[in-house]
Design a protein around this ligand. Structure first.
Ligand code: SF4
Ligand code: SF4
Length: 462
């Protein structure tokens, strides 16, 4: 199994760096551009989707009060929990598949913690300047300049956190009303609390805790060591090519016998790392796979006139001189699991009944009607789960001598639930036992979807 080194081990090593505040240096390159694209898509989805409307309601809304989850034309209820669990399984298998294939690309490019941390770093740079200025500012005593820059940074962080929190709460309570209520100071105590809570959580996580969330709070970093194998593509330093490292000037020609590798020990890969690790120490649990060190090292290789790729996506097998096996049993296994779960989920969504029926029997025993029939009462709870208004036929099926007494049809708006009191009567002489099983049925008038049935019992005299 691939061996990981942890920050703790590194900090305990002789000459370790200890715990310092990490001030990553900003750097551009191919992978940063890819990260920006991933972040931009995520931001557009997160901040944009909440404002979309669909059929006169918010397109994506987890309505906790009504216990309904709307996602465009589909609505899910608590009884659809199994389908929502399937979505979680799809995400888990997707994550396992991608981790085996290419390590922590999810963390580096699309994880909310990473993306928000990059945004907070951008705000920090805007207020306090580049890495060297920020380090100087950290060391400087209190001054008007320092206080103003710090205030500006924290102000920006709080604004981003507040917008993030309002958007998040807006997925659980209609966003337009929420924003109106917050602006007019009429928001409920509950909504105000959650906006405050998520503002504080975002500010703390992305502003203060940053990489510590990845180190100590995220379980994914812990179990990735059991997922990554010798063929996984992970950000790696090519030790055979880079060592022995040694400084030299830009463009300086190397003597054939200087004995040095390609690493000029410029430390740029360490300075750009958001988790403050040195990729040259080997594969580490704290590496979030952001590839900032690849961009940094490639630029140095360009300046020195060496080939790119001293730090690159490579497998352990490739670095040891072998050939990476792309198709391997674990990767294929997770791919098949992923595809099967997606197929099962799609089938489940397509075939789920568009109407639900629950039957509650009246608590009383039985009654005799004026004409001597035995009568039992029931409450039929019918819900239209379709996205359009529907007409339904109500009936009790399989009653040999009994008769259904109640409305024969019902019109329901999308998502509407109705409670219909009905009864069933039997002539006393036709009851073969004191306890007869009966079945209610609701079917669509336009024959869309299969009829839905629900069983109950009919009680008579012993
Ligand atoms: S950026 Fe490249 S050359 Fe510079 S220290 Fe890192 S690995 Fe060595
Ligand atoms: S070592 Fe490289 S890939 Fe890993 S977190 Fe640091 S900069 Fe990102």
């Amino acid at each position: 199994m691939t061996q990981f080194i942890s920050v703790k081990q590194l900090d305990q090593a002789p000459g370790a760096r200890g715990h310092q505040k990490i001030q990553p240096r900003s750097f551009t390159g191919l992978y940063r551009r890819l990260r920006l694209c991933g972040g931009a898509v995520l931001f557009a989805l997160y901040f944009g989707v909440v404002w979309l409307n669909w059929n006169d309601r918010q397109a994506v809304l987890w309505d906790l009060a009504e216990k309904e989850f709307h996602i465009f034309s589909a609505t899910f209820w608590p009884e659809d929990l199994i389908l929502l669990s399937a979505i979680l399984l799809i995400c888990a298998f997707g994550l396992f598949f991608i981790t085996i294939w290419a390590g922590r690309v999810w963390c580096g490019y699309a994880c909310l913690q990473s993306v928000w941390t990059w945004v907070f770093l951008w705000a920090e740079r805007l207020a306090e300047g580049d890495r060297s200025r920020r380090i100087k500012l950290d060391r400087a005593g209190l001054s008007v300049n320092k206080a103003a820059r710090r205030a500006c940074k924290h102000g920006l962080w709080l604004i981003i956190s507040l917008i993030t929190a309002i958007t998040f709460v807006g997925y659980f309570t209609p966003i337009r009303a929420l924003v109106g209520d917050l602006v007019s100071l009429k928001a409920s105590g509950c909504a105000a609390f959650w906006v405050f809570f998520f503002t504080a959580a975002t500010y703390l996580n992305a502003g203060w805790l940053r990489e510590k969330v990845c180190f100590h709070m995220c379980p994914y970093g812990r179990f990735q060591s059991s997922m990554v194998d010798a063929d996984s593509l992970v950000v790696s330093y090519d030790t055979a090519r880079g060592e022995p490292r040694g400084s030299r000037r830009k463009g300086e020609q190397r003597a054939p016998d200087d004995g040095l590798g390609d690493c000029i020990d410029c430390q740029l890969c360490v300075q750009v790392c958001p988790t403050g690790i040195d990729i040259r120490d080997g594969l580490q649990m704290e590496c979030i796979g952001c590839a900032a060190c690849i961009d940094a090292c490639d630029s140095i290789m360009d300046k020195m006139g060496y080939d790119r790729g001293l730090v690159r996506y490579a497998s352990e097998r490739e670095l040891a001189g072998g050939r990476t096996h792309v198709l391997r049993p674990r990767l294929i296994g997770y791919f098949l699991l992923l595809v099967s779960t997606i197929a099962l989920f799609s089938w489940g969504v397509a075939s789920r009944p568009l109407v639900t029926l629950d039957v509650e029997r009246d608590r009383g025993m039985y009654r005799f009607t004026a004409d001597g029939q035995i009568e039992n009462s029931y409450l039929l709870k019918v819900r239209n789960k379709d996205s359009e208004a529907r007409f339904f036929i109500l009936d009790a099926v399989g009653l040999e001598h009994g008769e259904y007494q109640g409305p024969g049809s019902l019109a329901l708006e999308p998502g509407e639930k109705a409670e219909i009191p009905v009864s069933v009567t039997y002539p006393p002489e036709s009851l073969s036992s004191a306890n007869v099983s009966i079945q209610f049925e609701v079917s669509s008038m336009d024959s869309k979807g299969a009829p839905v049935t629900s069983r109950s019992t009919f009680l008579g005299p012993r």
